[in-house]
Ligand binder design. Structure first.
Ligand SMILES: [Zn+2]
Length: 96
């Protein structure tokens, strides 16, 4: 897994492919607070999915935080996926 700098904030991110075939950037370090299961498939591609009650996290998957939740620029532009708390938003509120 090779992190690539985010175009917006320059933080390294991992680009994963979701089950719907879309690209999703996640933070490169596993994060138990994240809501995205990330694993590497047989071809070396990094895949991601949303764990559910029917399909909870498997042994070969790690939880990662979607990068939109931590990206300094994007959090101000995009609505966060349900269940994701914006760390940046949390900090802003705290310091107000
Ligand atoms: Zn970013």
């Amino acid at each position: 897994m090779r992190p690539i700098p985010c175009r917006d904030c320059r933080q390294p991110v991992l680009w994963t492919t979701t089950e719907a075939g879309k690209k999703l950037a996640v933070d490169p370090d596993p994060n138990p607070a994240g809501n995205t299961a990330v694993w590497r498939d047989g071809t070396g591609a990094i895949r991601s999915r949303r764990p559910s009650d029917e399909l909870p996290l498997c042994g070969w998957e790690r939880l990662h935080m979607p990068h939109v939740a931590t990206c300094r620029t994007r959090t101000q532009q995009l609505a966060l996926p349900a269940g994701v708390t914006s760390l940046a938003e949390h900090r802003r509120k705290k310091h107000r």
